[in-house]
Design a protein around this ligand. Structure first.
Ligand SMILES: [Zn+2]
Length: 163
């Protein structure tokens, strides 16, 4: 990670990222994996801030927007991780925060997913004015992600960091 790139405007989000780092260390993730995952989560945090989302909005919907809307056209400075790194990194981030009670609990998994998906659909309709076919395609894509289905392995982000 680049020095000085980690500070952003939200103490709470910094706290979440620090908690995530501790979790990775406690669970003996390999140093390389820890660096990769933290890099992904930092990127997600930066994006949430620039997208005007609040820390409380961390959830499937925000992660879906990040993966589907932001990553494919990401122009952030610094190394950007590939989508197959972002997927497990952000899923785990959400899991850690959820276990800590920092974000809304996952009640009925399928209910929750459909709730988040309809929120995402609303976002696509109202904010982005996307066509029905495009929305359906993206909903399927995000839905599969949260149901743990195998995701396509295409790399949507350029400039994967060579370590
Ligand atoms: Zn970016």
């Amino acid at each position: 990670m680049k020095g000085g790139a980690t500070a952003h405007a939200w103490p709470l989000l910094d706290q979440h990222v620090a908690r995530y780092q501790t979790f990775l260390e406690e669970h003996r993730y390999a140093p390389q994996t820890r660096r990769t995952y933290l890099c992904c989560v930092e990127h997600f945090a930066q994006w949430m801030f620039s997208a005007g989302l609040s820390v409380r909005q961390i959830g499937e919907s925000a992660i879906g927007q990040f993966l589907v809307e932001h990553l494919p056209r990401c122009a952030c400075p610094g190394p950007v991780r590939r989508i197959h790194d972002n997927r497990p990194a952000l899923k785990l981030f959400l899991k850690v925060l959820r276990e800590d009670g920092q974000v809304a609990p996952l009640q009925q998994a399928s209910d929750h997913i459909s709730q988040e998906l309809s929120r995402f659909d609303l976002f696509m309709t109202e904010v982005r004015g996307l066509a029905v076919s495009t929305r359906q395609q993206r909903l399927r894509f995000v839905g599969h992600f949260f149901e743990g289905a195998v995701w396509f392995e295409a790399d949507s982000c350029p400039a994967d960091q060579a370590s």
